[in-house]
Every structure is written in C-alpha cells, then in structure tokens.
Design a protein around this ligand. Structure first.
Ligand code: NDP
Length: 264
C-alpha cells in the first residue's frame, strides 16, 4: 500500500499528493521500468498523456506490478489535434493503458475547440469512462470562459509551478473554486537545483534540493508530478513526508519567484 498522503478532489475521490510524471521517458523499457520502480516505492499516482507516446508502457507496468488497478490513480490527457474526436482519442488511450476507466482525463492545452471538447469529456464522465475531468495550462481567464459553458467544474488544473514560477494568483483562484492544482515541472527540469537558497535549506534538513522543491509544492497544497527515470531518484523524490519546511523557509522559497519557465 502507498504511504503517500491523499487530498480530495471536488468529485469526492481521493488523489495521492505525489505523482510520477512520465513525459520524455522513452517508450518501452525505460517507461515500464520507471513506473514499476515507482509503484514498488509506494507511488500510487502516474501522470501520462497520449502525446508522450508511452501509455502502453504505463499500462503494462501497472499490470505487471500486481498492484490492484483501483489503488492506482491514473491520469492521461487529450491532445489538441484530437479536439474534434475526443471520444475516439479517449477510447484509444484506454486501450493503450489497458484499463476500463481513467481516474483523471485532462484537456492538455487550451487551444481552439477546447469548449466543445470539454462537453465531450463531461459526457465521458457521465458514462463512467473517466472518474474525474480537468484541464491543463489554463489561465484564470480561460477558466472563467469555461465556467460560462461548462456543467462540470474541472477537478484539476495542471500547470507549471516551482519556486521560480510561483503562480500565486492562479493557485488562489483555483483553490477558491475547489479546483486542485497539480504542479508540473516541479523540479524546473533540474535547471535550478543548484540554486543557493535551495541548497542552503536542503543542507539544514539534510535533504536534497529536489526534495526541498517537492516539499515546497506540497506545503502549498499542490500535487507535484516530478519525473525521473532513475530508480534512486524516484525513491528520493518520494521521501518527502517526514520533514517540514518552516514558515521562514517557505517565504524564502516563495521569494525565488522570477516568472521563470523551465520549458523553453
Ligand atoms: P521535472 O521538473 O519533473 O524535472 C525532470 C528532470 O529532473 C529530469 O531531467 C530528471 O532526470 C531530473 N530529476 C528528477 N529527480 C531528480 C533528483 N532527485 N535529482 C536531480 N535531478 C532529478 O520536469 P518535467 O517537465 O518532466 O515535469 C514533470 C511531469 O509533469 C512530466 O513528466 C509530465 O507528467 C508533467 N508535465 C505536464 C505538462 C503539461 O503540459 N500538462 C508539461 C510538462 C510536464 P532523470 O529522469 O534522469 O532522473
């Protein structure tokens, strides 16, 4: 069983507060191994997408792990080129993941056609193919537009967040509406792990810089999705539930905000 704490979605379902991201993991052995290691290490939450090209490997690893499907929180995403065929894209993802349902299905990017696609996701949710639906990379304005047309409030908004991109207003807006915020690229893709403030705080707690960044996300009520394809780091990234950053340390980390995106 997972030792990871959980949060509640606005659907009433629980979501483990830490997920393994699998973007840029190689199709085949690398993804399969990483997901197996994560499940062995106690992760019960995997974040993939049709765009990542590795849903089949995630599905295989879940099956091989022997962990019951209902104990695992599985997310995948609808890519914008599939906005005109969401039902088919969802069925294809389910097939590749070898699962009868998803725990969470997200609109990957807020491109043209997203509102129509959202209505189809609402239908998929009503049909029981997905237990929760949400969005990714949505701004406050895009969420407000969605509210005007939607019957279902998204359960999640998955966006890039790290101490260097502390999207405070967006987080407060989402949390105020009952939308859980997932933090992608929570480790800045490794680019800011050498930051002096983070290293100093890490030293105080005898932890790694990655652990401090993950802990910072958790203490802001976010669900971080760190990616690693290395067994040791997968374990290290989950070893974050037995220490707490002080208010002062949280303020220092908040202060690193520089509108910095690790994506580009
Ligand atoms: P992360 O911030 O998670 O960083 C991943 C990088 O950090 C990899 O290079 C990894 O290398 C390295 N790393 C991981 N753990 C450690 C550690 N303990 N010490 C040192 N280096 C480490 O970036 P991602 O962009 O991958 O984001 C994570 C996940 O978020 C994605 O996998 C995906 O699921 C999601 N995502 C969603 C997006 C969206 O549009 N919705 C966009 C981008 C990401 P190595 O693997 O070699 O260990």
């Amino acid at each position: 069983m997972s030792s990871h704490p959980t949060l509640k979605l606005n659907t009433g379902a629980t979501i483990p507060t830490l997920g393994l991201g699998v973007y840029q993991m190689k199709k085949g052995e690398q993804t399969r191994q990483a997901v197996r290691w994560a499940l062995d290490a106690g992760y019960r939450h995997i974040d993939t997408a049709s765009f990542y090209g590795n849903e089949e490997d995630v599905g295989r690893a879940v099956k091989e792990s022997g962990v019951p499907r209902e104990e695992i929180f599985l997310t995948t995403k609808l890519w914008p080129t599939d906005f005109l065929r969401p039902e088919k894209a969802l069925k294809e993802s389910l097939k590749r993941l070898d699962t009868p349902y998803l725990d969470l299905y997200l609109i990957h990017w807020p491109f043209v056609g997203r509102d129509r696609a959202w209505k189809k996701l609402e239908q998929a949710s009503a049909d029981g193919l997905v237990r929760a639906i949400g969005v990714s990379n949505y701004s406050i304005r895009q969420l407000e537009e969605l509210f005007k047309k939607a019957s279902v409030v998204p359960a999640v908004n998955q966006v890039e967040i790290s101490p260097f991109l502390f999207q405070k207003e967006l987080i407060a807006f989402c949390q105020g509406k009952g939308i859980l915020v997932e933090a992608y690229s929570p480790l800045t893709r490794g680019k800011k792990l050498g930051n002096g403030t983070i290293e100093e705080i890490a030293k105080t707690h005898q932890r790694s810089a990655a652990q401090v960044m993950i802990r910072w996300s958790l203490q802001h009520g976010l669900v971080p999705l760190p990616k690693s394809s290395k067994r040791e780091r997968i374990g290290e990234n989950a070893n974050v539930f037995d220490f707490t950053l002080s208010e002062e340390e949280m303020r220092m980390l908040d202060g690193l905000h520089a509108n910095y995106s690790a994506l580009f």
